[in-house]
Design a protein. Structure first.
Length: 413
């Protein structure tokens, strides 16, 4: 819900593709700079406590977004806000010389980017703690299936949230969406409280923090299968993500407004949810490596077709397929990373994974926004889909062992 509201609000106030891309940058910077320290903390301190503190920050950030959005017309034009808008306009001017309709004159715009940055800091620490906390709650043999169900529950929110958000933005307004997001963050805080905290094996060595963090990177680079899996997802999301440009497609190409934008954002999650339910009831995958490569290839093809489509329902169908094949990708990647990592290294490896995967989404948004500003949204999406297919061919050639990955169970090494 938050993503749909922020994207549409920024686009409605700026009419700038660059503004959409800069959302990705604001969120990616904390992920790049803080993921390794966050993973280090998750291995040395209570992961549950880190999650709880992070949720408080997330709730407060959303409340602040609601206030900024509600009072945006009366926010004083302080010098830092004027300079911020001037800098944003200068960046947009570099890429959008052929689209002079953009404007950065609302004092709320720099504040929205600042709050997105603060929220991303909280989510970075929360992600490292949650991803390493989850495997302690279930046995290794059931882990792949647990990832499937966990992904399914997440996709329910990803389906309902964007669609509902589009309706709320159209008929009530942006502040109400941000208030609901704050309420959800606080509810999550309350739901985590009663979870039993299992015994956590902590690294008690006297090694420096830097050496401890580097150990996570070294572990990933030594495990070629994990490295190949993360690399594949990194560049596929970096090149093939069209999510950041949804407001432009909804407004300029498909002409469906904020309600249509909500459904465009929900369609991949509907596909992912449907596929996750199917996978959960299928026998365990025996050739997960080959399936992974084919799924990412299908992701690239569906992205190309979506970029060329000008029919709303056909575009929804392609986004459904994108979400479905990406669901396979997530299940396989998460299982490989978790099951192939030593327990005491999971926080740091999760942090490395977060740097790769978390920033691929956000830097992918930056890349898509800037490319769309230069060449238009259609060329940006189609070129990204072609690049995704080329990445699959490169990974399959560079790390042929990826094709040999077998079953996702306790035999995985």
């Amino acid at each position: 819900m938050l993503a749909v509201a922020v994207e549409w609000e920024l686009y409605a106030r700026t009419h700038s593709a660059t503004a959409l891309g800069l959302v990705g940058l604001a969120i990616a910077v904390p992920v790049v700079t803080l993921s390794l320290p966050a993973g280090h903390l998750a291995d040395r301190f209570s992961r549950k406590h880190i999650i709880l503190v992070s949720q408080i920050f997330s709730a407060v950030t959303s409340l602040a977004l609601a206030l900024v959005s509600w009072k945006h017309l009366v926010i004083p034009q302080f010098a830092p806000l004027r300079e911020g808008n001037r800098a944003l306009a200068a960046v947009a001017g570099i890429f959008e010389r052929h689209h002079p309709a953009f404007h950065f004159d609302d004092a709320s715009i720099p504040l929205i980017y600042l709050l997105l940055f603060i929220g991303a800091v909280a989510r970075t620490f929360s992600w490292a703690a949650r991803s390493s906390f989850f495997p302690t709650l279930i046995s290794r043999d059931a882990f792949a299936n647990a990832v499937t169900w966990n992904n399914s529950v997440f996709q329910i929110g990803s389906v309902v949230g964007p669609a509902f958000s589009g309706l709320l933005v159209a008929y009530i307004g942006f502040p109400f969406v941000y208030l609901l997001d704050a309420l959800c963050a606080f509810s999550f805080f309350l739901l985590v409280l009663p979870i039993h905290r299992s015994t956590q094996r902590r690294d008690q060595s006297e090694a420096s923090t830097w050496k401890s963090l580097i150990a996570g990177l070294r572990f990933v680079f030594r495990r070629k299968v994990i490295l190949a899996t993360i690399t594949l997802d990194l560049f596929a999301l970096l090149l093939g993500g069209a999510t950041a440009l949804m407001p432009i497609f909804a407004d300029q190409i498909l002409h469906v407004g904020p309600v249509g934008l909500g459904w465009l954002r929900a369609a991949p999650a509907i596909g992912a949810f449907a596929m996750a339910l199917v996978v959960a009831h299928l026998p365990p995958m025996k050739q997960s490596g080959k399936i992974l490569l084919w799924c990412v290839t299908a992701f690239g093809i569906a992205t190309i077709i979506f970029g060329l489509s000008k029919v709303f329902w056909f575009s929804l169908g392609e986004l459904f397929l994108i979400g479905a094949v990406d669901s396979f990708n997530v299940i396989i990647r998460v299982s490989i990373v978790k099951l192939g990592t030593a327990v005491e290294m999971r926080g740091r490896v999760s942090a490395v994974n977060n740097i790769f995967i978390g920033t691929s989404n956000e830097f992918g948004a930056l890349e898509s926004g800037l490319t769309a500003a230069l060449f238009g949204p259609v060329i940006s999406v189609v070129a990204g889909g072609i690049g995704t297919i080329l990445v699959v061919l490169g990974v399959a050639s560079l790390w042929p062992q990826t094709r040999k990955i077998g079953a996702l169970d306790k035999t995985l090494r």
